[in-house]
Design a protein around this ligand. Structure first.
Ligand code: AQP
Length: 333
């Protein structure tokens, strides 16, 4: 069976609908028929300052959300990145294979460092895509299910895999991104040309999975649309309405053309009201389930240890080959 690997950062109390519709929903679906590894990327999280207590709590919250969403720890390995030391080990090797200019071309660093200024951003934030390449390559996955914003990082990952393979010996598989066309990029409800993102300046445009459902409904009813009154999918001319239709379609499976027809001549209020209901119906049981899982922290810890065990075994085998091939002197057995 083909293997898949993906990760998410524990950098907020809740995942949002961009994470869910772009990536996590695929994680759930792809469990069937794949050997799946899902990582909570706490090492990526510390590329910007984190409060230690909050980080630890959010790591558990992330695990609870993944399980509540339908990831089955019996089938898929759910693990915490820092519990598998091979990630840091391979990242160093890949750092040494990456050209400085190549790393500098990564647009996420440019975006993320823009606020504080490049000079103040951490070197970890700069080398973030290289750690991500290590995360992926360690498991030699066929696919990496992600949102559109990760495409450039996947290209770097493939370049580094190829470089290692040709400089030393064929070691890594070149992974393919697995991006869902329709929901590759979910937009901020208040600023529908920007990606829905945890680090947006205001939470008003972000639907968080663990928000009070009343708050989520209100956010949808206040979504920015346009001055027409025609429910039509047109990303260029009507980004706000199109984003709502994308979310509606993804959550219900109702085709966009059918939604356009259903709301023809009815204006945006009805569309928003109905979508709010769909979202509330989705998040309400999800919240309850997440809370229940959080009540048994020992069990969550156990699931994560088990995941780290499984991931660690695969990663250690890859690392052993890598160290050998680059010429590190192994210890006497
Ligand atoms: N708006 C989005 N649309 C589609 N997919 C998205 N993803 C994130 N935002 C969207 C996908 O979610 C996965 C987890 O990514 P992450 O942990 O790197 O989350 P993130 O990119 O940190 O999420 P944010 O909200 O954008 O946080 P900041 O602002 O800190 O970067 C990935 O597969 C990503 O593609």
């Amino acid at each position: 069976v083909p293997r898949i690997l993906s990760g998410i950062q524990p950098t907020a109390d809740s995942f949002h609908f961009g994470n869910y519709l772009g990536a996590l929903r695929q994680w759930v679906d792809l469990q069937d028929g794949h050997d799946a590894f899902y990582m909570i990327a706490d090492m990526h999280a510390i590329t910007v300052a984190q409060d230690p207590k909050v980080l630890r709590e959010r790591t558990l919250l992330s695990a609870a959300q993944l399980i509540a969403m339908g990831i089955d720890p019996a089938r898929s390995a759910i693990f915490v990145q820092s519990q598998v030391p091979a990630h840091a080990q391979l990242a160093w090797v890949l750092n040494c294979l990456t050209a400085f200019g190549e790393a500098r071309r990564m647009t996420q660093f440019k975006d993320k460092s823009a606020k504080e200024g490049e000079g103040a951003a951490s070197v970890g934030l700069f080398t973030y895509p290289i750690l991500q390449a290590a995360d992926i390559l360690l498991y030699r996955p066929a696919y990496v299910p992600v949102g559109e914003d990760q495409r450039q990082h996947l290209e770097l990952t493939r370049d580094l895999a190829q470089r290692f393979n040709s400089r030393y010996k064929k070691t890594f598989k070149l992974p393919e991104p697995h991006i869902l066309k329709e929901t590759a990029k979910i937009f901020d409800l208040q600023n529908p040309t920007a990606k829905m993102s945890k680090s947006a300046p205001s939470p008003a445009g972000i639907i968080e999975l663990l928000d009070d459902p009343k708050v989520s409904a209100k956010k949808i009813r206040s979504a920015v649309t346009d001055s027409e009154a025609e429910v039509r999918f047109d990303v260029e001319a009507k980004p706000g309405v199109s984003n709502l239709l994308t979310i509606y379609n993804a959550l219900t499976g109702r085709p966009i053309a059918e939604l356009e027809q259903a709301y023809a001549g009815r204006g945006y209020g009805d569309l928003k009201g109905d979508l709010a209901e769909v979202v509330v119906d989705f998040v309400t049981p999800f919240r309850t389930r997440t809370r229940q899982l959080l009540d048994d922290r020992a069990e969550l810890q156990r699931v994560l240890s088990d995941g780290a065990e499984r991931a660690g075994a695969v990663a250690a085998r890859t690392m052993e080959q890598v160290y050998d091939r680059i010429g590190f002197l192994g210890r006497d057995a």
